[in-house]
Ligand binder design. Structure first.
Ligand SMILES: Cc1cc2nc3c(=O)[nH]c(=O)nc-3n(C[C@H](O)[C@H](O)[C@H](O)COP(=O)(O)OP(=O)(O)OC[C@H]3O[C@@H](n4cnc5c(N)ncnc54)[C@H](O)[C@@H]3O)c2cc1C
Length: 310
């Protein structure tokens, strides 16, 4: 038996989150298949075929899949799913939309946000904003799971060889939903979830203008800029910079927390960073409990000094 990974793509190339999902799939079984469902997405299928560890790519190419509507994509997944022991995808908005429909149609329970694969049927996942790690076992014949990309290495993409691409019959339009429009936020911020360095600011930064200090530091460090929810709610930073339980989950090599207290909901999104540097005026701030380097200081003094040394 083998594992089916649902690829997330922009019709041209596979998104990094799927490369992490392939690594997770390999921990379950060496026979990893990938489904690329979209429209005019041959290039994405070719990209998928060059991911190390992928043995087979299925390509479903149809106008009905052009906008990745969950109703149509999940029907496409269901066409293949019953041949597999596991169906998985990276834990993203895309898969949160698609996989529960697949699980429901298969009449199995979904396992969400898996961070460790213990055996073929036993997994670990965070609950209560990451304060408890639950070990869960599924006895379902097909396991449908989403995996946190921050907990699995990125599979490499090779240039030398590629696995076979098998076209499959695309499903028609389900007809219950309709694509209306897509407005993409234009941002010159580096992608937060794949950045190796993240410079994050909280309420302590004080204003949107002051966030410019963090932007400057980030551009020197080739880093992405993140924010706490308090900073986002106060309008200091855009919504898609939010890190935490209700924001993005990141695990960069280096995470700077400036003026962030370290509420559990924020920690849920960044505590797996390899090295955490916290700067806070309050020596009792909970962020210091998870920080590898903590500085009790005023961020408005520390950031310019740090910048001048880079
Ligand atoms: C259901 C739910 C979901 C949530 N989801 C998220 C989430 O996804 N992400 C998230 O971040 N939060 C989330 N929150 C909110 C969370 O509980 C906290 O309110 C929030 O994280 C606090 O943000 P903060 O640390 O920026 O602000 P504060 O807690 O107000 O901390 C500001 C810090 O800045 C320090 N400071 C002030 N001035 C300076 C200075 N000049 N120099 C250095 N330090 C300074 C202060 O000492 C303080 O520690 C959620 C809450 C709930 C209930």
């Amino acid at each position: 038996m083998s594992v089916l990974v649902i690829a997330e793509h922009d019709h041209q190339s596979i998104k990094p989150a799927t490369l992490h999902a392939v690594s997770a799939a390999q921990q379950l079984n060496q026979n990893v298949h990938v489904l690329v469902a979209g429209f005019n997405c041959e290039a994405a299928a070719q990209h998928a075929a060059r991911i190390q560890g992928v043995n087979q790519v299925f390509l479903a190419d149809s106008q009905s899949l052009a906008h990745q509507l969950a109703e149509n994509i999940s029907a496409q997944v269901l066409q293949l799913a019953r041949q597999y022991t596991h169906v998985l995808a990276a834990s993203t908005a895309f898969s949160k939309n698609v996989l529960p429909r697949v699980a429901a149609q298969l009449d199995v329970a979904q396992l969400s946000d898996v961070i460790h694969i213990l055996t073929q049927d036993t997994f670990q996942r965070p609950i209560y904003a990451g304060n408890v790690i639950a070990t869960v076992q599924s006895l379902d014949r097909i396991k449908v799971l989403t995996v946190r990309s921050t907990h699995f290495p990125i599979a490499s993409v090779v240039t030398s060889s590629s696995s076979p691409i098998l076209p499959v019959q695309a499903v028609g339009d389900f007809g219950k939903s309709q694509f209306v429009s897509c407005k993409l936020a234009v941002s010159d911020n580096t992608d937060l979830t794949s950045a190796r360095v993240v410079v994050s600011g909280g309420r302590g930064v004080g204003s949107a203008e002051n966030f410019e200090l963090l932007n400057r530091l980030a551009s020197k460090l080739n880093a992405a800029v993140g924010a706490s929810r308090a900073a986002v709610d106060a309008g200091f930073a855009p919504n898609d910079w939010q890190i935490g339980q209700t924001g993005k989950v990141v695990a960069p090599d280096l995470y700077f927390a400036f003026g962030i207290s370290g509420a559990i909901q924020h920690l849920a999104g960044m505590s797996n960073s390899k090295v955490i540097v916290a700067v806070n005026k309050d020596p009792e701030a909970p962020i210091f409990a998870v920080a590898d380097y903590g500085l009790v200081a005023d961020l408005f003094e520390v950031i310019p000094e740090l910048e001048s040394k880079l």
